[in-house]
Design a protein around this ligand. Structure first.
Ligand code: ADP
Ligand code: MG
Length: 702
């Protein structure tokens, strides 16, 4: 249970003075996103940090003010000038002066009686707002603040500015946050004294106080110590939670799966190439984890085309040699079928009984697969997320492999682990995830890297060209077809859409068919599975040479003799996607090209993406640039609440803190695995503060 001391922070925002049900709804939208699992709470307000400040410290006299510049000025009220009767659309003006000149305070729809009370003639007031100079006269339209001398302290010289959404103004959010800050309890310190000192971290209370009541613009920078302290706290909570899940999984007794190498040898003899050094090393790391009785939780990272499939198959072979079963899960049916096709012949030679399970296997066939999995007559199951279903029961699952993992959620990963009492887990990612993100999403997982490409991989030349050169491009494609080449042509949409000025695959297919006839194929996500298979087969066998496709072919598809990749409307694709798509060519022995066809004019971000694509094929660098251009949440498509994205920390600003938090979490759990010490108790408060209730529950379950 959450410690009582945190209850005021987890109370709904309506509990704060001045927040009614309507405002609460707007705040929920702002603070908890579009699919909130709970209404906005006090803690959400506290974690909503300002992005800048309004600085009212500029205190000039009227004559020294500048056009459009914020100023706080001491003035004397001279006279009120209401709009003439019946001309309510004209402003209400109040004339004021100081020793250097005169100025008008201008109010549209001003309420005379209220204004007269606020600013009686002859009184002295401090007014703060932007000054407008027009025809040599100074005016201030709707001053932000008007206060009497004795109330000057109520005029905030530095005001935090918050990210907003509809229905909320800066004034409202400022007031709400100020009320929330008063609810901050005294929290126990969970950071060690020497770390606090070394990092110059303030306490949590001080940090939140400073961020919401800044004294200077620097106070609200993500690099300020206050922000860094909270970012570290958030990361530490995340790393602790992941480490707890991981140690729980590892504690669930693993098994030592040790094979005799016979099947692996057959497979290695059958492939027409030599493994790269990186592949050999990764297979070694995986196999040695499997031979160890502790449960494996390993990430295999390898850029597109780095040859993950064969590594996966060898790991499966090791599991099967040891008498267990293995499964490889792919994110799409096309990929699952492709795995079946590439793995099939090798598996057969090695005496591995292979089956596939996707949405397509139905009725009797499906029942038979279930039965053979349960009896152990199937050694290796390849499939889609259909494998997650409850009826899928293995006799003795030794190894679960998740391919192209970023398409699956965290919870699905864990549910695969539950399929086998002692199954080792290998997660493979094609998107080279920057290290900061690996830590955020996977915690302290062991990582194997395929950082070396097969020697047969060709460099892909990348060029960008504007849509105006479409005819020229079609000419080049025809030439390539005449010479026997294979070309992918990607469009963003399946069919035309009146609202989007974007070419669809159907339109492009029809247009290319006019020029190239039978040689053109079409594939997209709305086709029936059998039609997709047929289209893929035709392209593989060379019956078609141009495959017009949506991004269904983005992940993993392997046709080694395809050498040209055309991406139409390249400006509409993200960097990671462009890189994945380009990875479909350059897989064979022939030189390959990627042509980014764009519609001018290009926006700044699209320009930057195309530039990076032309500069490098290094997936890791591309992923880092992508992170920089987009922010971390979007990369894995998991910004929504409940996802592992951050509220306070930013991967691009606080990356080095993440490493520290990872190490600290490891040390903490080494010394105090049940978080039982006084500091452990404080750390439990931290976990609850960042809503890692599930992780604390794992602790209690032992
Ligand atoms: P990815 O890592 O993108 O999943 P694949 O496993 O699909 O890559 O491999 C890409 C291509 O490279 C395949 O055609 C595969 O047969 C080939 N390949 C894999 N390893 C090697 C190697 N060591 N030498 C040569 N070709 C290889
Ligand atoms: Mg692959």
């Amino acid at each position: 249970m959450r410690p009582d001391i945190l209850n005021p922070l987890f109370a709904p925002v309506e509990k704060l003075p001045g927040i009614g049900p309507k405002l609460a709804v707007s705040l929920t939208k702002l603070l908890r996103g579009n699919n909130p699992d709970t209404g906005a709470r006090v803690i959400d307000l506290l974690f909503h940090l300002p992005h800048s400040v309004i600085d009212r410290r500029n205190r000039p006299e009227i004559a020294d003010t500048h056009q459009g510049v914020l100023a706080t000025i001491k003035v004397r009220i001279d006279r009120h000038e209401p709009p003439p009767r019946g001309k309510g659309r004209l402003p209400y003006r109040i004339y004021v002066h100081d020793e250097t000149g005169e100025m008008a305070l201008t109010y549209f729809h001003g309420q005379g009686s209220w204004l007269e009370k606020q600013m009686p003639v002859g009184s002295v007031r401090y007014v703060s707002g932007k000054v407008d100079w027009f025809n040599g006269r100074a005016a201030m339209v709707h001053p932000d603040y008007v206060v009497a001398e004795e109330k000057l302290h109520e005029l905030p010289m530095i005001e935090p500015v918050y990210p907003l959404s509809a229905g909320i103004s800066q004034k409202i959010i400022n007031k709400a946050v100020r009320a929330a800050v008063t609810h901050l309890p005294d929290l126990p310190e969970w950071i060690e004294a020497n770390v606090l000192a070394r990092q110059s971290f303030p306490t949590v209370q001080e940090a939140l106080g400073r961020l919401h009541n800044p004294q200077d613009a620097l106070d609200v920078s993500p690099q300020a110590v206050a922000w860094k302290r909270l970012a570290y706290d958030e990361m530490l909570a995340g790393q602790l939670a992941l480490a707890l899940v991981r140690s729980k999984m590892k504690r669930g007794a693993g098994k030592a799966w040790k094979g005799d190498g016979s099947k692996r040898r057959i497979i290695l003899d059958a492939i027409p190439y030599e493994l790269t050094g990186a592949q050999k090393r990764s297979v070694g790391e995986i196999v040695s984890d499997m031979e160890n009785p502790q449960r494996m939780l390993r990430l295999l990272q390898g850029d597109v085309g780095s040859g993950k499939t064969i590594v996966a198959l060898l790991a499966c072979a090791a599991a099967i040699e040891a008498g267990g079963q293995a499964t490889i899960m792919a994110p799409t049916e096309i990929l699952a079928r492709q795995h079946l096709a590439t793995i099939g012949p090798l598996a057969e030679k090695a005496g591995i009984r292979l089956a596939i399970l996707t949405g397509r296997e139905k009725g009797k066939e499906r029942e038979r697969i279930y039965a053979e999995l349960a009896s152990g007559d199937i050694d290796l199951l390849v499939g889609t997320h259909a494998i997650f279903q409850a009826n899928v029961v293995f006799k003795d699952l030794a190894l679960g492999i998740v391919d192209e993992q970023h398409r699956f959620g965290v919870h699905q990963r864990l549910s695969l682990a539950s399929k086998g009492g002692a199954a080792d887990i290998l997660v493979m990612t094609a998107t080279p995830i920057p290290r900061t993100l690996v830590l955020t999403f996977f915690g302290d997982m062991d990582v194997s890297k395929l950082d070396e490409k097969p020697p047969t991989r060709q460099k892909v030349i990348t060029n960008a060209l504007s849509m105006e050169r479409l005819d020229e491009l079609v000419g080049r494609v025809s030439d390539a077809v005449a010479k026997g080449g294979k070309i992918y042509w990607i469009c963003p949409l399946v069919e035309d859409n009146d609202e989007l000025p974007v070419t669809s695959v159907e339109t492009r297919f029809a247009a290319l068919q006019k020029v190239l006839g039978e040689r053109v194929g079409l594939i997209h996500g709305r086709m029936k599975p059998a039609e997709k298979d047929a289209a893929m087969d035709a392209f593989k066998n060379g019956r078609t040479q141009v495959l017009v496709a949506t991004t269904v072919i983005e992940v993993g598809v392997d046709v080694p003799d395809a050498t040209i990749m055309v991406i139409e409307h390249a400006e509409r694709f993200g960097l990671a996607q462009l890189h994945q798509l380009r990875g479909r060519v350059g897989r064979g022995s022939m030189a390959s090209t990627c042509l980014l066809l764009y519609k001018a004019p290009l926006g700044e971000v699209a320009q930057a993406r195309i530039k990076i694509m032309r500069e490098t094929e290094d997936g890791f660098r591309i992923a880092e640039e992508d992170l920089r251009l987009r922010g971390e949440g979007e990369i894995l498509g998991t910004r929504q609440s409940g996802g592992p994205g951050f509220q306070i920390a930013r991967a691009e600003e606080h990356g080095e803190l993440l490493e520290i938090a990872r190490d600290d979490a490891r040390l903490i759990l080494n010394d105090d695995p049940d978080l039982a010490s006084p500091r452990g108790q404080a750390l439990r408060v931290l976990l609850y503060l960042f809503s890692k209730d599930d992780a604390v529950r794992l602790l209690q379950a032992g």
